[in-house]
Design a protein around this ligand. Structure first.
Ligand code: TPP
Ligand code: SF4
Length: 500
């Protein structure tokens, strides 16, 4: 009681056998944001482990004198309102994302104590990836993991930690490993990683274990204060309401059912040295922004009279053919010529050799949408893309097909089609990789939308290898020359891609 104030406004209630004393850590707000008659108490159900865990954390922070340096990241779940109680810096994040948010906070404010507070649904279901990667990176945060073997807030659905045989609204016959798998043991999983410095599981089953929980919570916070590394305390915690038990029975259930499945243990307690060699040069955000601003200001801007007010280009092919890069180059060229531009990639999960396409807008006005659903120009680097997108091309638009001739049964009467065997030309130049630059040359020559000189400027800034740059220059020229000397312009689509 020495360090914690007795709340004066509530009179002490005397019962026959004992006095009820409302007391709480000074680290809690004096009053909670609740209805007037509930301002002295939390919203947690009687006997809920969240209340006890809050008290243990608050007392530890108070005793460590770190209230003003603490940032608490609250989860989604019954404890979502932790920020109504803890008088510290508070952030409330999306479901499961506390370790990711805590990572950012700690990296931005390394001198602060950053705590993530999470339930088992939050941490071990929707947030599994975040906790594993934060632990694996050895983020210097403390995570308090309140495991009550159920989703409390949403009315008792099965959690990853629900015990085998335990009933929940989504496992009404009891959890069956054959159907729902086994409970996840987060401490054991995290202890298989190299970076964490402290991992302990404790239980709120009886006073002795609550005292152990108190020690574990303090130890984790002390380690963070001393800059040690990733610390994690799992707290087996009663949820009397969802378990349909009174608070005493619920505590017994923690002891008798939960602890055998989730053994209490210190899984990790050692100082870990994470190698910190090869440190990249550090720049502040201001320096980075300034550098970027200067690069843009220094870039030569070739203001050019463009014959269009807006040009939508769709570039499609297989992943690996450089279709996305071609779009980026065009967008960058557009910027250099003072146009508004956008570039929007779209590719399947397979990336390399799967189909990929991108949308490029070049415009004199601000771009309304980066999506090009009715392109003026379609660059199709393979037959699949040609067939897929040709019908989208606007009447009078252009199809630039990256093969020698169009498929025999193909027609897109609304558009002009020009064929250019880009891969073949690139091969002859010495590398199939520059087929996209051959196509770029053809596109610039055919549409005159941007200047070839700007194309070379952009390539010069992107391609550092002199041999490759020379190859790109040749590819650009080859594409232009092919259009000038080999292709008849003004054609309507014929099977061979040439004019009638
Ligand atoms: C993205 C998203 N998905 C689902 C939900 C619904 N939801 C709210 S709390 C919760 C589970 C909370 O369970 P747990 O983390 O165990 O916390 P407890 O309430 O038991 O303390 C779920 C699924 C949500 N709010 N947001
Ligand atoms: S439902 Fe369970 S976890 Fe939620 S406040 Fe009530 S006892 Fe606590």
């Amino acid at each position: 009681m020495a360090t914690h104030d007795v709340i004066a406004e509530k009179p002490m209630v005397t019962t026959d056998n004992y006095e009820v004393v409302h007391s709480k850590s000074q680290l809690f707000y004096p009053e909670y944001e609740r209805k007037t008659d509930l301002k002295h108490q939390t919203h947690y159900c009687p006997g809920c482990g969240h209340g006890v865990t809050h008290k243990l954390i608050a007392e530890a922070l108070e005793d460590l004198k770190v209230q003003d340096q603490t940032i608490l990241v609250s989860p989604v779940g019954c404890s979502v309102f932790a920020y109504y109680y803890f008088d510290v810096g508070n952030v409330q994040v999306a479901h499961g994302r506390a370790p990711a948010a805590a990572t950012g906070l700690k990296r931005a404010c390394p001198d602060k104590m950053v705590l993530a507070y999470q339930g088992d649904g939050d941490l071990a279901a929707i947030g599994t990836a975040e906790i594993i990667h934060a632990a694996n990176r050895g983020e210097k945060i403390t995570v308090f993991f309140v495991n009550n073997a159920i989703y409390g807030m949403t009315g008792g659905q099965m959690a990853p930690t629900t015990l085998v045989g335990q009933r929940s609204t989504t496992s009404p016959w009891g959890r069956r490993p054959i159907n729902e798998g086994f409970p996840l043991h987060m401490c054991e999983m995290l202890a298989s990683l190299e970076a964490p410095v402290y991992i302990e599981r404790v239980a709120l089953s009886d006073n002795k274990n609550i005292m152990k929980a108190r020690r574990a919570i303090r130890k984790a916070l002390e380690l963070q204060r001393d800059g040690a590394g990733f610390t994690f305390v799992e707290i087996l915690s009663p949820c009397p309401t969802i378990w349909s038990k009174d608070p005493i029975e619920a505590r017994k259930w923690v002891a008798e059912k939960m602890i055998p499945s989730f053994p209490l243990n210190v899984f990790r307690d050692k100082k870990i040295e994470i190698p910190n060699n090869n440190v990249p040069p550090h720049k502040t955000v201001a320096e980075l922004v300034e550098g970027e601003r200067k690069a843009i200001a220094d870039a030569p801007l070739a203001r050019k009279h463009h014959h269009f007010s807006e040009l939508g280009i769709k570039i499609a092919g297989f992943g690996g053919q450089g279709v996305l890069l071609l779009g980026q180059l065009l967008a960058e060229m557009g910027m250099r010529e003072g146009l508004e531009v956008s570039w929007l990639p779209s590719y399947g999960p397979e990336m390399r050799s799967g189909s990929a396409h991108c949308h490029v807008c070049l415009s004199k006005e601000r771009v309304g949408s980066p999506l090009v659903s009715r392109p003026n120009v379609l660059v199709a680097m393979n037959e699949f893309s040609l067939r897929k997108f040709a019908s989208q091309v606007v009447p009078g638009g252009l199809i630039l097909y990256g093969l020698e001739q169009l498929p025999e049964d193909f027609s897109a009467p609304q558009a002009q089609a020009v064929c250019i065997p880009a891969a073949e030309i690139a091969d002859k130049l010495g590398s199939p990789k520059v087929a996209n630059v051959v196509i770029m040359g053809a596109l610039l020559e055919e549409t005159e939308c941007l200047s070839p000189a700007t194309a070379m400027q952009v390539l010069e800034t992107k391609v550092k290898n002199a041999t490759l740059l020379e190859l790109d220059r040749k590819a650009l020229d080859a594409g232009r020359i092919y259009i000038d000397h080999t292709v008849a312009v003004g054609a309507v689509t014929q099977a061979d891609g040439f004019a009638q």
